[in-house]
Design a protein around this ligand. Structure first.
Ligand code: TMP
Ligand code: ASP
Length: 237
């Protein structure tokens, strides 16, 4: 496999073409961004930690029967993934209230949400990722409603698998964001699953171990990502 030209530079990752038209390289940078790109910093080691973390989660999800774009981890910062047409929508599940739901609905952080909530956001930094529903996706032809239904079903399946995985290792999966794409007529989980795009708390102390440490300037951001990974059995040495 040969890595070729840069296709897209996102806020934390860059995508490169390869000599295989069906696959692209996902490169994890140290750039860390929050608030729709308004706060950006380079955090040493973060790209490597997230690449290793993401590979483990994507393999865990695939083993549980969830179709993903992930093919294999190539090296410290690169992974090979299937080329997809991305659906410009973010699927967010919340098991515990934190972040924007607290501001929007006046809910206290830490409130358990039973059943868990499912929200859709339009992926557009300039607009601040506004919340949408299925009717917007249909009207603007961002995806078929059938594909949205599949994405929603897969997002809940991911919750079953990962809530248990984190709890088994002393952590709470508070919320997370997933992105999906279309590949050869199939909806696949795309993007990444790392502490950059979810909230994870220590189950005992409720200490924040995710990107909220960066958003709220709590320090030890990458150290916390590594702690989560090590608890799951990963080795970052
Ligand atoms: P929120 O509380 O800001 O709405 O975010 C909910 C979860 O989804 C949180 O873990 C962060 C993640 N998320 C992203 O990673 N990127 C996004 O653009 C959005 C809207 C949410
Ligand atoms: N990941 C999103 C962003 O960078 C939301 C956030 O983390 O605040 O804008």
């Amino acid at each position: 496999m040969e890595k070729r030209e840069l296709l897209v530079k996102g806020k934390a990752k860059s995508m490169y073409a390869t000599d295989d038209p069906g696959c692209v390289v996902m490169h994890f940078r140290d750039d860390t961004s929050a608030f729709d790109g308004k706060k950006v910093e380079q955090l040493e080691r973060k790209g490597r930690v997230n690449n290793i973390f993401n590979a483990f989660i994507m393999e865990t999800l695939a083993a549980a029967g969830i179709p993903t774009h992930f093919v294999k981890r190539i090296d410290d910062r690169d992974s090979l993934v299937r080329r997809m047409t991305m659906i410009p929508v973010e699927c967010v599940v919340r098991n515990i209230a934190a972040g924007s739901i607290c501001r929007r609905l006046g809910i206290a952080e830490g409130t358990v949400l039973e059943p868990q909530t499912f929200e859709l956001f339009y992926k557009n930094d300039a607009l601040g990722d506004p919340m949408i529903n299925e009717s917007h996706i249909a009207a603007f032809k961002w995806a078929s409603l059938e594909d949205v239904a599949t994405a929603r079903e897969l997002t809940f399946k991911v919750n079953d698998v990962l809530k248990k995985l984190f709890l088994d290792h002393g952590m709470l999966l508070v919320d997370y964001k997933l992105e999906f794409g279309n590949c050869d007529g199939h909806v696949l989980l795309g993007d990444e699953f790392t502490p950059d795009g979810c909230r994870i708390w220590d189950a005992e102390t409720r200490e924040k171990l995710d990107k909220d440490r960066f958003r709220q300037s709590l320090g030890n951001v990458v150290e916390s990502y590594e702690l989560v990974g090590r608890r799951l059995g990963l080795n970052f040495d």
